[in-house]
Design a binder for this molecule. Structure first.
Ligand code: HEC
Length: 592
């Protein structure tokens, strides 16, 4: 994986060298220090278009150009984080501006988490930030003052060079310039040279006009898109015909190029998950070429169809409904709904598959299902399954089952969204009972911190939880639940020799896409004594576009204005052989 990426860099750099020799790229920046810079636009880690105007009342901006491959960038990130922490109280905004031609937003967000960075990482998709600031290499740092006048451009300091390091820098250029700007003084050394990697513009793709809808695009949409983008699907519009796809061509090209669709939030660097979604570079290029070439139709007609079966687990043995359902208002944020379902399990019941089925999926952004006892305050501590747009239902391996204990009821936590008109929605839960012999019981460790207190404005407040495995485990999957301030979450397994392995990193957590990440059965084994660690970061800053109140201290609570840190590790005991004979008609032990 890493190797492939590294090679890719080499290829691109090679391509640019050729261009340079041909004199096609100006080597010297033509933007003078002292010039006034207008607004700058970029994409954030949530794929949203943002700009400098999103930051209010800043005394200065420090923008540092980055890629994920440049060794100097990697070495300087720690230095930058220390500077940022020092200057944040003085109302200086630091931004890492990614200009890696082959870095996706997911790659960029991964780098920020790996280096414990607290300030925003943004993507300069079209190269306009680098052009407007005259940056030619990474990691060039620039300072804009309150009036957005370019006051400094150059290196961070002279400590790390391409061919070697000093113990200590002889001059901290960026810090000195910043101090002078904040003091209203002239910057004595407004420009310094930067060692580092030349910024490469994306290599223009070779024109091709052989890409057609029927020949290339339809199969790709069928494989990656129509499960959601179909009539009655969870996505806002169908992509089942040429006309529908061509009619949305520009926006399809954009979301595919950015990696925003199909939705997937795990860093590609860690873990292998069977439910992974994504397009290959070749597939993304096909979509881009099709749109660039004017959306050729190709021969014949190709109509696509998504799955139409409502119950993907087969016909359920038991269906429980939240009878009255919900009325969703026209607009606004709807608080999480918590309901218990009207069915009490009279005996331990062994369940092999579970599906949560909304009758109006478009208003359900996610829904979690757990069991609890009727006398308890409603909670999700015994989470069984979740529903997200386009997610699959939970289906366990043959011989593995989840046990809903005697006396329990099912509880739902539903996050509804408005669509612009009043809507109704009710939820049904379908269960398929285990039958025959159950050998292993589905188990979960909850890693949680209910004592969290996120200070006002904190951009990356860390919350940690860990637990030591008390038995040899076959891991089934991971799931994390946070609210609107959730920024990223990482799961690690630390073995008895203190060797740590990252199991999953979600570097840009999105509360609309709370997906379970599933391993192929038997592929992820963890030995007894392994410590499972989960680190989540919360963004309580005003830059978080979903933050309901950046001025508040945030504590644990089930409603969206509060926060939660619930991380689940699902597993079965390696070697467990329960040998239970279950009646497939009731899910109870034979004879009960
Ligand atoms: C898992 C379900 C799912 C899959 C798979 C999926 N989409 Fe989407 N798509 C959605 C949802 C839901 C939205 C609405 C997002 C929102 O409201 O924030 C959406 C929105 C979009 C949009 C509108 C722009 C936007 O971001 O809101 C485009 C264009 C799009 N999808 C294209 C695609 C393409 C092309 C594919 C396949 C390569 C694809 N989608 C795969 C669920 C999906």
């Amino acid at each position: 994986m890493l190797h492939a990426r590294f090679l890719h860099h080499v290829v691109i750099v090679g391509g640019c060298l050729a261009l340079l020799c041909a004199g096609a790229t100006g080597a010297e920046p033509d933007v003078k220090v002292g010039s006034k810079v207008g607004n700058l636009t970029f994409k954030d880690t949530r794929y949203l278009p943002r700009s400098l105007d999103d930051f209010k009342e800043r005394k200065a901006f420090v923008l540092v150009f980055t890629t994920t491959g440049c060794p100097l960038v990697e070495r300087y990130l720690g230095v930058l984080q220390r500077l940022e922490s020092e200057f944040r109280p003085k109302r200086v905004e630091f931004l890492a501006v990614n200009v890696g031609a082959d870095d996706s937003i997911l790659d960029m967000a991964t780098q920020a988490v790996e280096h414990d960075m607290e300030f925003p990482f943004v993507k300069d998709w079209d190269g306009s930030c680098a052009a407007k600031l005259g940056a030619a290499r990474t990691p060039t740092a620039v300072i804009l003052d309150e009036k957005r006048v370019l006051r400094y451009r150059g290196r961070i300091d002279d400590r790390y060079r391409l061919s070697g390091n000093r113990e200590e820098p002889t001059r901290e250029d960026l810090r000195e310039a910043l101090t002078e700007v904040l003091a209203g003084k002239e910057v004595r050394v407004p420009e310094t040279t930067v060692d580092g990697c030349r910024i490469s513009r994306p290599v223009p793709e070779k024109p091709r006009n052989d890409v057609t809808y029927t020949g290339h695009i339809a199969p790709l949409l069928q494989k990656c898109c129509v499960e959601c983008h179909r009539a009655e699907g969870v996505a806002p519009f169908p992509l089942e015909s040429y006309k529908q796809a061509a009619g949305k061509a520009a926006t399809i090209a954009e979301v595919v190029a950015e990696g925003r669709m199909p939705p997937w939030f795990a860093s590609p660097k860690y873990g292998h998950f069977v439910n992974r979604r994504g397009l290959t570079d070749e597939e993304r290029e096909l979509v881009a070429a099709w749109v660039r070439g004017g959306c050729a139709a190709g021969d014949g007609t190709e109509l696509l169809t998504g799955k139409k079966d409502r119950w993907l687990i087969g016909k359920p043995d038991l269906i429980v409904k939240d009878a009255p359902g919900y009325t969703v208002p026209k607009v606004g944020e709807v608080p999480y709904k918590y309901t218990t379902l009207p069915y009490v399990f009279e005996e331990d019941t062994w369940v092999q598959a579970v599906q949560i089925l909304p009758d109006n999926p478009r208003v359900v952004h996610h829904c979690n299902l757990g069991y609890m006892w009727p006398q308890e305050k409603i909670n999700m501590e015994n989470l069984i399954a979740g529903y997200v747009p386009g997610g699959e239902p939970m289906k366990l391996e043959e011989g593995v089952a989840v046990c809903i204990p005697k006396g329990a009821v099912l509880a739902l936590q539903t996050h509804l969204v408005t669509t612009g008109k009043e809507e109704k929605c009710s939820m049904a839960v379908g269960l398929k009972f285990a039958s025959g012999t159950v050998q292993k019981r589905l188990r979960a460790y909850l890693l949680a911190d209910s004592k969290l207190a996120i200070p006002p404005g904190a951009p990356a407040y860390a919350v940690k939880a860990s637990r030591v495995l008390e038995e040899d485990a076959i891991g089934l999957g991971l799931f994390a639940h946070m609210h609107m301030r959730g920024r990223d979450v990482t799961f690690r397994a630390v073995n008895a020799d203190d060797k740590s392995e990252t199991l999953l990193m979600i570097p840009n957590f999105n509360f609309d896409w709370q997906t379970a990440y599933r391993w192929e059965y038997g592929k992820q084994r963890l030995a007894r004594g392994t410590r499972l660690e989960c680190v989540a970061h919360y963004d309580n800053s005003a830059f978080n576009p979903f933050n309901p109140d950046p001025k508040a201290t945030i504590r644990d609570g089930q409603q969206t204005p509060n926060e939660m840190m619930n991380a689940f590790f699902y597993y079965v005991r390696d070697g467990e052989k329960l040998g239970l004979t279950v009646d497939g008609a009731t899910g109870r032990l034979k004879g009960k």
